[in-house]
Design a protein. Sequence first.
Length: 238
Amino acid sequence: MAGALLRVDKIDVFYHDFHALWDVSIGVEESLVVSIIGANGAGKSTLLNAIAGVLKPSNGVIEFGGRRINGLMPYQTVSEGISMVPEGRRMFPRLTVLENLEVGCYIRKARQRKDEVLRKIYELFPILGERKHQFSSTLSGGEQQMLAIGRALMCEPKLILFDEISLGLAPLVIKNIYQTVRQINSEGRITALLVEQDIQRSLKAAHKVYIMQSGRIRLQGIPKELSQEDIRKAYFGL
């Protein structure tokens, strides 16, 4: 993990008395797409929330760009260059598309470049430009996911955390969303950390994968070098 943009080193996370993450370590190198795969309840979202500052590890270290960030508040991790596309999209239904996007640029650097970044987002997702004055509640699920990604891009992050971005979406929409993630990564040089239950889609999208089960990292590696049998055993904890 030496030289990684994001380094998570032996963290433990508790929900009250429940031990959710056990001695978890991952490294995310700059400009890569890294997937964390696991069944529901494996600890994937807990790990993202710890990185984002929503949860505080009881042990271990989280570093971003060589700087220790565990202990920072979520708004501070955004200022460091980390943004998140949360599970379920979490739009503000009474705000317009444009207003939802503007929520993502509250840090000073982003406010100064708001118009330029908005233009790029509308180029990436033309439908958002066409519907910028509509309430976000009127969008389809796929369009809301585009809006959630656009909002995360507004602060011009170095790393985006994607939490279950395919949840509740049609297969064709999921395919297009993943194509967008790869485009953001390849053209914008933005590092991506994806959390998913879908094994095959995650393996195909990622340069590197970690498989979680019961709050622990069970397997890691480059997708093409991992056998289907090893992946199956790690995923199901066999």
